[in-house]
Design a protein around this ligand. Structure first.
Ligand code: PLP
Length: 379
């Protein structure tokens, strides 16, 4: 394609152009080895150095303390929905789940095969305060004072950014001894698939963070797990060895052959992010990008977003035309001017613009210009 395109896919998603060009250049012959990264032994010195550098860069970017292990796994966040209870129930049989969107709901459902799941709050069943008490969809994060935490939970699970519904949790829940606080000894586990590296995350507030790579990190096929050391070693006896965090950590993520190509590309993305000034710098740009789009939507009268403003995702912006019969027309015209993959999730309808790190602000400006023009012609 000759003209500039902007790819708003929710995932697999846009990667930095510089990274793609570097991959293209280095693909057939990585650093004069005569081999591509895909063809190297994962135990050879070349790949070991790629792997170690990727972990070091991720640790630096996220300020990951020494008592946390960084694991490169496979199976995506959906596999982690089972791997988490298999590892983190630690002999217990109960876990708390907060439901703020379709991904956390799916996590709870899968966990219920392994644990007694206590839903601390399900936003789709609670009256949405900003929508006249409407229920039935995920449009806000229930206040912690409404949560019903159990006394015996082995962990509390949540999803910090709901990629489908566009609902984001910016800060870890409060922990302590208060009636609605998460007890200090209950680790908080978070699916950060579509939030990781988009903003500063205080890793120390979590026992475990996990996510698939294909939103903000790199190619699909790689799963990141960041887990506190003291939680390892108590996996369920039937947990597959390749999914036992202790075993994976002890083998430096090389218990089985890791997704080497995906790790290499993720490492290049980490380097790119460091050149951009790191997570704090990219977060400022992400705040600016999201504010531009939400402000435009809120002021338009032609488009709308249903999420409570304080809970809106910076990464995934679902929006709707007041007349959904125009959706197909909107999407076709958008694709013609290079605005790609804006179709909303099939369960939600409408449109969704994902604004991951590699989406430049010009992409958001171009989208808004198209939305204005579409409104002018069809409003
Ligand atoms: C994309 C996504 C998933 C699913 O990830 P897979 O890699 O397909 O397993 C789960 N959770 C969230 C928050 C996601 O964005």
């Amino acid at each position: 394609m000759s003209h500039t395109v902007y790819n708003f896919s929710a995932g697999p998603a846009v990667l930095p152009r510089e990274v793609l060009l570097q991959v293209a250049e280095d693909l057939p012959d990585w650093q004069r080895t005569g081999m591509s990264v895909m063809e190297m032994s994962h135990r050879g010195p070349e790949f070991m150095s790629i792997h170690a550098q990727a972990i070091a860069d991720l640790r630096a970017l996220m300020n990951i303390p020494d008592d946390y292990r960084v694991l490169f796994m496979q199976g995506g966040a959906i596999a982690e929905n089972a791997i988490v209870p298999l590892n983190l129930l630690r002999g217990g049989d109960q876990a708390d789940y907060l439901l703020t969107g379709q991904w956390s709901a799916k996590s709870a459902k899968e966990a219920s095969r392994y644990a007694r799941v206590n839903v601390v709050a399900d936003a789709s069943r609670l009256p949405a305060p900003h929508r006249d008490g409407e229920t039935g969809s995920f449009t806000f994060v229930p206040d912690q004072s409404q949560w019903r935490l159990s006394r015996e939970a082995a962990y509390l699970h949540l999803c910090t950014n709901e990629t489908i519904d566009g609902v984001e949790i910016g800060q870890a829940p409060a922990q302590g001894t208060g009636p609605h606080e998460v007890p200090a000894d209950v680790p908080i586990v978070a699916d950060v698939s579509s939030q990781i590296l988009s903003r500063e995350i205080d890793v120390t507030r979590y026992g475990c963070l996990y996510g698939g790579a294909q939103k903000n990190v790199g190619p699909s096929g790689l799963t990141l797990v960041i887990v506190r050391e003291d939680l390892l070693g108590k996996a369920h006896p039937l947990c597959p060895s390749a999914f036992d965090y202790r075993i994976v950590a002890d083998h430096d993520s090389m218990y089985n052959t890791p997704p080497t190509f995906a790790i290499w590309v993720a490492g290049l993305v980490f380097r790119w992010l460091r050149r951009q000034g790191g997570v704090a710098a990219i977060e400022r740009r992400n705040v600016e990008k999201a504010a531009l789009l939400y402000d435009y939507i809120d002021n338009s009268g032609f488009y709308e977003n249903h999420v409570r403003p304080q809970d809106r995702s910076r990464m995934n912006v679902p929006f709707f035309l007041k007349d959904p019969s125009l959706d197909a027309h909107f999407l076709k015209g958008a694709a013609e001017v290079g605005l790609l993959q804006l179709k909303g999730h099939r369960t939600v309808g409408g449109m969704r613009a994902s604004l991951y790190n590699a989406m430049p602000i010009e992409g958001v400006r171009t989208l808004i210009a198209y939305m204005k023009e579409f409104e002018r012609r069809n409003g």
